[in-house]
Design a protein around this ligand. Structure first.
Ligand SMILES: Nc1ncnc2c1ncn2[C@@H]1O[C@H](COP(=O)(O)OP(=O)(O)O)[C@@H](O)[C@H]1O
Ligand code: SF4
Ligand SMILES: [Mg+2]
Length: 327
């Protein structure tokens, strides 16, 4: 897979997010930086609670209530964090679309799928007389047979996988430059998951949409992403091309995620879970937030906070990355 070199559709630069707390502000993200270029699919991976959804939602200005953000989030060069509500609404209608884990949370159960789609199309400027035909085209593009019949149906008449296709069709209504997909297949069975992934990959190839693909599933990220960012306790701990990260992880957390992923090839070693449980940034002790779970921790890991630094073609935030300890 190649990496286009055009201006990024998404640049997150030094993003920090804090929630108000009784005593002090509670950090949930710290210094998160990532880039998505047009036509590129970029993975954001990590265990539950690592901050993937907060980072993803910040792109649409959807921060948790009362949260304070620092740093920059730019969509096609424009800073989102300083946008007024009206500008943000325009961004959501026309430039950035988001697909969440649970398709049923994205639709009104009392309204027909046709109303859901045509409303979205009108909001992004499709002339009223074109909306039905365009809605049918979009449903056809995501592999829904009989699009005309589908428009008359209610959400409960669709399976989870079919409804997720409808939500993806709605997300594409404005032909967004950027698609944010937050665990879009986690609630689906494996076969449907593969079909939805194939649709996303095809849409990316045909339309050149940039995609930030959030998942806890490394295997899935390897199937669809050009590059991957690995997140732990609200920070990016490793990033590089998908091939690079999978062949030669530099950070023990990435190596742990890989070792804990079940593999189907004959002779593959059984999965080995990472010991302990993930911590949030506010509970993390000083030094490396992963130290309590890391098989390679040494005393200085509890004193020094590692920062992202180049190691070969990747960046890793581990004090021992240059030693090749994960191999
Ligand atoms: N609305 C919110 N209010 C308070 N804390 C939140 C909120 N959303 C997320 N968090 C906290 O931020 C951290 C990251 O959460 P999240 O981004 O949802 O993780 P992930 O998507 O990687 O599972 C967690 O510690 C979570 O408890
Ligand atoms: S800095 Fe130390 S504790 Fe953290 S990942 Fe590297 S070796 Fe492990
Ligand atoms: Mg999440």
């Amino acid at each position: 897979m190649t990496t286009p070199s055009t201006t990024p559709v998404l640049e997150i630069d030094g993003l920090g997010v804090r929630l108000p707390d009784d005593r002090s502000a509670r950090p949930i993200l710290d210094g998160v930086s990532l880039t998505v270029r047009p036509g590129e699919t970029v993975g954001l991976v990590g265990e539950s609670g690592s901050g993937k959804s907060v980072a993803c939602r910040s792109v649409l200005g959807l921060l948790p209530p009362g949260a304070r953000a620092e740093g920059q989030v730019r969509v096609s060069g424009r800073d989102v964090l300083s946008m007024r509500p009206r500008e943000l609404a325009g961004l959501r209608a026309r430039e950035v679309a988001m697909v969440f884990q649970d398709p049923r949370a994205s639709v009104n159960p009392l309204r027909r799928v046709g109303d859901f789609l045509t409303e979205g199309l009108r909001a992004c400027g499709t002339p009223a007389e074109r909306t039905t035909a365009r809605a049918e085209e979009l449903l056809d593009a995501v592999g829904i047979r009989d699009p005309r019949g589908a428009l008359r149906r209610f959400p409960h008449q669709f399976s989870g996988g079919m409804l997720q296709r409808v939500v993806i069709a709605a997300a594409l209504a404005a032909e967004p430059a950027l698609l944010l997909a937050d665990e879009p297949t986690t609630a689906l069975d494996v076969t449907t998951q593969a079909e939805v992934i194939a649709i996303l990959a095809r849409l990316r190839a045909e339309r050149g949409t940039g995609m930030l693909f959030v998942t806890h599933d490394l295997e899935l990220a390897s199937a669809i992403c050009d590059r991957v960012y690995v997140m732990y306790a609200g920070r990016i701990v490793e990033t590089g091309s998908t091939d690079e990260l999978f062949d030669r992880p530099r950070h023990p957390y990435t190596a742990g995620l890989l070792a804990s992923t079940p593999r189907i090839e004959a002779g593959a070693p059984p999965p080995r879970p990472i010991q302990g449980r993930p911590v949030s940034l506010s509970e993390a002790p000083p030094g490396c937030a992963f130290a309590a779970r890391c098989p390679h921790a040494v005393p200085r890991c509890a004193q020094e906070t590692p920062v992202l630094a180049p190691h070969g073609d990747a960046l890793a935030a581990c004090l021992r990355a240059e030693e090749g300890i994960t191999l």
